[in-house]
Structures are given as C-alpha cells and as structure tokens.
Design a protein around this ligand. Structure first.
Ligand code: SAH
Ligand code: TRP
Length: 353
C-alpha cells in the first residue's frame, strides 16, 4: 500500500504514488485529499489468474472488472448518455426526488461509494448532505486510478471543506481498507453494479458491505428492475454500437496487459435476456474458427466459429428478491425508492436489529 498527500509527485509505473507521505506547501487542499492505492503487482496477478481460469472453462468467460481501463471508462460514460440506456437517467431522477429525505434519514457525516466512477450522480447526494450540514468526508472506492484521483480533485474544489479519502482498489478484495468512520456513515453502491455479481457471490459481497456498517449506518444501493425483454436488450445493444465497443474493449485490455493477440474484429457483441435467471448476459461471439495466444500465460485458446464467451451478467431485480438478498446479508429495508414507471430502484437499508 502507498499513501500519498496531494500534491503528489508523478506516480510510478506500478500505480503506487512515488512520494510516500510528504506534504508540500500549505494549501487547504493538501489536507483535503488522501489517496491510498492497493493496486500494483498483485493486481496483475489477479488479472492473469482470472483470465487463465475463465478462458480454460468449458464455457469461456471473462470477469467484468477488467472492462474499466481509461478507454473502457470513457465508453461507459458514453453508454450512460445513450437513449436506450435508461438506468443512469432513471437512477438520477430517483436521487433528485429523494436525496433530501435520504440526508435526513441518515444524518451521514461520510459517504463511502463503491465503484464510484466519475461520481456524476453522487453529486446529488453530496449536495443534499452538504445542505443538511452533516457532510465531512467522501470515500470513493474504484479500481480505475484516474477516476479516483480526478474525482478527488474536482469534489474538493466543488465542496469547500469536504475531505476526500480515495481508495484505489478492488472492492471484492479491499473493503477492509476503507478507513473507519467518525460518525453516521452512508455506503452507496449505484448504477446497478451489484447486478454484475452472480447470485451466490452477490450475497457474499452484500455481507462484506454489511460489515462496513455500524448500528447507525446505512446502505443505499441502485438496482435495475425486471421489465420487458426488448427494452432490456436494447439497453445493452444500442444502435450506435457503443456497448459493442465497450464489450470488445476487454480484448484490448488483454492484448495490452497479458500480451494476447485477440483481433477484436473477430468477435461480435451479443446481449440476451435470460428470463429464467432474470439477468442480461453480455457475450462475445467468435466470427470464425481461430486460435488466440495469450503470451503472458503461455496459453493458446481455441475458438470455434460461433463460439460465445461470457463477459458479463447484469441481474434484474424484483422487490421480494432484493429484500431476501438484503436479509441474507443481515440488512433490513428502510426505504424502497423507485421511479414512476418502476424501471429502477434504490434501496436504503440498515443492519437488522
Ligand atoms: N457508480 C457509477 C459507475 C458504475 S460503472 C455509476 O453509477 O454510473 C462500474 C464502476 O465500478 C466503474 O467505475 C468500475 O471502474 C468500478 N468497478 C468495477 N469492478 C470493480 C471492482 N472489482 N472493484 C472496484 N471498482 C470496480
Ligand atoms: N453495471 C452496468 C450494468 O450492468 C454495466 C454495463 C452497462 C455494462 N452496459 C454494459 C457491462 C455493457 C458490460 C457491457 O448495467
């Protein structure tokens, strides 16, 4: 782990800040920002292990957290603006309508956000907590280093007095590195990202989140809801092909990070709604029979023509299923917040008494 105070010296190649804990000058922002990085060497091992595991399964699979390099993050931002991708604007609408109530209910002095990205929607909550006069600290947790750093810089400028303690890391492995809270805490997990976990890991992950919560703390989680299969499919297979490009981006990541020779043009983007599991599945389908070499793994991977590789699931929820998942993690529902069309839901929950 490396801890750096802003302003930082250039970061070294492994992603660790180069300047340990030095402070320069007396600017207010020096103390406003702290960034911890838990990535570096071991992260590469995780990518290699995940890929070796996934590509040698009978039904090939790649884990979704590797979508979000700088280009992937940019493509995801474009997905959020697409007319077909209703989740982002719907979730924002719910936040606009309920943030004041959430601020009152939680009285949170700190907001911890998992998979914070650009924190675009988070500002609605930060505004409400700021207005309520309780907000002291924001703790963004994300694997994408540039996003954590940029959003720390922006938010400390936008909210005078706010401290930002960024955690660059994998929320599946580094939740224990979230710094302890100094008062009521609100953990937020937006964008329906919880739906990217398969059901068993989802419950395990919810239990880990619950471990971050004391008796006065809350979790606010965004989940996409079950709906018409056509609407769902369009949201994950847009006209402009941005989602297809986002999906194929994972192949560019493997080429760069693991010395693989995927030709992304050899794969078609596939999105389908599995109505038995109630999840959308993203796949990449090989256009022709061919073999790919992953240099760093000394691995040859054969693809049949038409063979599909799973890249992500995005589970869609109903209220009863969500309540039972929360219950299994020791959490109880406090508020069920949805839009007028019941497209998307935010659940506010707290540790069960
Ligand atoms: N919260 C934002 C972004 C959602 S996209 C929104 O609602 O729009 C998912 C985000 O989670 C990305 O920023 C990605 O970098 C991050 N992410 C994905 N898997 C992660 C992991 N295992 N650990 C930490 N962050 C992760
Ligand atoms: N968490 C987002 C979701 O499940 C991520 C996402 C949106 C995504 N579109 C995608 C992931 C396309 C892979 C491919 O809605």
């Amino acid at each position: 782990m490396a801890t750096a105070r802003k302003p930082t010296n250039p970061t070294s190649a492994n992603g660790h800040a180069a300047n340990g804990g030095t402070t320069n000058g007396g600017l207010a922002t020096d103390d406003a920002i702290q960034i911890d990085s838990h990535l570096g060497g071991p992260e590469h091992r995780t990518l290699a292990e995940d890929v070796l595991d996934g590509l040698t399964r009978p039904f090939k699979e790649l884990p979704p957290k590797h979508f979000y390099d700088a280009r992937g993050a940019e493509l995801f931002d474009r997905i959020c603006e697409l007319p077909e991708y209703y989740p982002t604007r719907t979730e924002r609408g719910i936040l606009d309508a309920t943030a004041a109530e959430i601020a009152t209910l939680t009285g949170a002095v700190e907001l911890v956000e998992l998979g914070s990205g650009t924190a675009a929607k988070t500002r609605v909550l930060l505004d409400a907590l700021h207005r309520a006069g309780t907000l002291e600290r924001y703790v963004p947790v994300d694997v994408t280093e540039s996003m954590v750093r940029d959003c720390a810089d922006e938010l400390t400028l936008e909210y005078p007095g706010l401290r930002v303690h960024g955690v660059i890391g994998d929320f599946e492995r580094h939740l224990d590195r979230v710094p302890p809270a100094d008062g009521p805490r609100l953990v937020v997990f937006l964008g329906g990202t919880i739906g990217n976990f398969p059901p068993g890991s989802r419950r395990r992950f919810l239990r880990q989140i619950a471990d971050l919560l004391g008796p006065r703390d809350h979790l606010l989680m965004g989940t996409d809801l079950v709906k018409d299969a056509g609407v769902l499919k369009d949201a994950y297979d847009d006209q402009q092909g941005v989602t297809a490009e986002f999906n194929r981006n994972v192949l560019h990541v493997l080429n760069r990070e693991l010395d693989a020779d995927f030709d992304p043009g050899d794969f078609d983007h596939v999105a389908l709604f599995d109505d038995r599991h109630e999840w959308v599945e993203m796949r990449l389908r090989a256009r022709r029979e061919h073999t790919v070499t992953v240099g760093a793994l000394e691995l040859d991977v054969h693809f049949d023509a038409g063979e599909e590789m799973r890249t992500e699931i995005s589970a869609k929820f109903t209220r009863p299923r969500l309540e039972s998942d929360l219950d299994a993690a020791g959490l109880q529902l406090v508020r069920w917040l949805t839009d007028p069309e019941d497209l998307f839901a935010l659940t506010l929950s707290r540790p069960s008494a």
